[in-house]
Design a protein around this ligand. Structure first.
Ligand code: NAP
Length: 483
């Protein structure tokens, strides 16, 4: 990506097959003539086992801050409530906002799509969305996960995707969202994409709904070039695209930030094959090539990619793709790639990789300033086992005479009060929407506090959300079934 010439990097071998595939990648890099200055650090299961709930010790954080480049093996996420994913922690801590996941048809790696000449890159937003990790049990039986999407985050990922497309001489960039349902969050990426696309007239910019994108990827994947998408969509779509081209063993990734970038395989620690010298190191070797390009060692990166492809053309396969043929061990595969350094595939085209401009980190708190804004009411989330009619009448009596009126009640997003004909499955989690009785007037804090005082003694509330309008537009969604 950015053409640094600093060969000082941090390496985290990781869990499961991590140490085997990271070692393989480092051997290939060394044989390609790149002398890296390596700081070896820890993260993952052994760190969790020592009682560190982040899985990433301070020494590792300090090292990555120093080097700005991390090559890592997969890290296991302990099952249970306490520990967070060390991978997500690293991505968020260093604000690696863009996850670039390329896949391509590899010669001799047989899949149902082998004849389609695929060369697809998913550019996945990497630090926002449902993976922000802001979750609550709102009642003992109802969980909530906040899907946080910022305009700034969307701008950065969209720009990175366009810059990447330009640098690689790509033709088309699809923006895959679920903006038809999540108009504010997924819609934010869709709108940002439309705003920025005119700055890149040489790239065909196309919107696609993510479910259709998954369908099209299975039916006609060759129509795709680069796809930019939100975090969770990208997580799923990129596993899909790696499946199209041979599986997780072949899929590399780069987590790009303005100051730190992290290079790793898409796959996890594959504990079932760990320590057996059978893992496919291709994904980590390709990730290391992406890293080399990032640190200004583009010639070595290209040489390594050619050597891997040449090795496939010769027919060498690790167990994941060998079928009934004899499988090479991780070490044998790596030895073959090293022996083939300097050889070039005559049938598989190699793309030119230009310099990718990474959007810079802004030091101030980013905000969007609308021309006008007002507070028109509040949503109050209540835990109750009352039926909607009973709850509605109770709430109406509690707020009688206040500045805010009950506009409706919803249960898991479906309008249930004023009472509806349809039979709705109910849980003990209601959202009561209050709006100013005088629509021309704003709801001020004293009115909202008065509202809460009226409700609090009588009903159990979990959460209050102000309802705002920006530039005269409602900045909140309606309930399903709401007129
Ligand atoms: P996984 O580790 O990717 O493994 C799924 C299966 O894919 C493996 O059982 C293996 O299949 C195959 N596979 C993956 N990589 C391979 C390779 N290099 N060579 C050959 N086969 C490979 O997914 P998971 O089992 O869901 O996750 C295991 C752990 O990894 C979890 O703790 C998860 O949280 C973590 N994880 C970490 C990262 C990361 O660090 N970025 C990413 C994903 C998951 P066979 O059964 O056919 O051998």
């Amino acid at each position: 990506m950015s053409a640094s010439t600093n060969n000082h990097i941090t390496v985290v071998p990781g869990d499961g097959i991590g140490p085997e595939v990271v070692e393989a990648a480092l051997r290939v890099v060394d044989a390609a003539g790149v002398k890296l200055q390596i700081e070896r650090c820890e993260a993952g299961s052994r760190v969790f086992a020592r009682g560190d709930a982040t899985g990433v010790p301070q020494e590792t954080i300090d090292s990555v801050k120093r080097t700005g480049v991390l090559l890592k093996g997969p890290l296991e996420t302990p099952i249970g409530y306490g520990a967070k994913s060390a991978n997500v922690t690293l991505r968020k801590l260093f604000e690696t906002f863009g996850n670039i996941r390329p896949v391509r048809t590899l010669p001799g790696v047989k899949t149902p799509f082998s004849d389609r000449n695929l060369d697809i890159v998913i550019v996945r937003e990497n630090v926002e969305d449902l993976y922000s990790g802001v979750e609550h049990m709102q009642t003992p039986g109802v969980a909530q996960c906040l899907k946080l999407i910022s305009r700034n985050g969307c701008e950065k990922i969209v720009r990175l995707a366009f810059e990447f497309a330009v640098a690689e001489g790509r033709k088309t960039l699809h923006c895959a969202t679920k903006a038809n349902i999540m108009k504010l969050t997924e819609g934010m990426l869709q709108r940002t994409f439309d705003d920025i696309a005119p700055e890149y007239p040489d790239i065909q910019a196309r919107q696609i709904l993510v479910d259709n994108c998954a369908h099209q990827l299975a039916m006609r994947p060759e129509q795709f070039d680069v796809i930019v998408t939100t975090n969770m969509n990208g997580d799923i779509l990129s596993d899909l695209t790696s499946g199209l081209t041979g599986g997780l063993g072949f899929a590399p990734s780069a987590n790009i930030g303005s100051r730190v970038s992290i290079f790793e395989a898409v796959h996890g620690s594959a504990p079932d094959i760990a320590g057996k010298n059978v893992a496919n190191p291709t994904a980590l070797v390709f990730s290391a090539a992406m890293m080399l390009r990032h640190i200004g060692e583009g010639a070595a990166a290209t040489s390594i990619e050619h050597a891997v492809i040449y090795s496939f053309e010769q027919g060498i396969r690790t167990g994941d793709m060998a079928g009934t043929a004899k499988a090479a061990s991780t070490t044998e595969f790596t030895d073959t790639v090293i022996a083939n350094l300097g050889k070039r595939s005559s049938i598989s085209a190699q793309r030119e990789h230009g310099h990718v401009k990474v959007p810079p980190m802004v030091e101030s708190v980013e905000c969007v300033r609308p021309g006008s804004r007002r507070v028109v009411g509040a949503d109050v989330f209540l835990e109750s086992v009352l039926m909607p009619g009973e709850l509605g009448r109770k709430v109406e009596s509690l707020v009688a005479g206040s500045a805010l009126k009950l506009a409706g009640i919803a249960n898991r997003g479906t309008a249930v009060y004023p009472e509806v004909e349809a039979k709705v499955g109910l849980v003990d989690h209601y959202r009561c929407r209050f709006l100013s009785r005088d629509a021309a007037k704003d709801a001020d804090d004293s009115q909202l506090i008065d509202l809460m005082q009226r409700l609090a003694g009588e009903l159990s509330w979990m959460h209050v959300e102000k309802l705002q309008q920006f530039d005269g537009e409602d900045a909140f969604s309606k309930s399903a079934g709401q007129a």
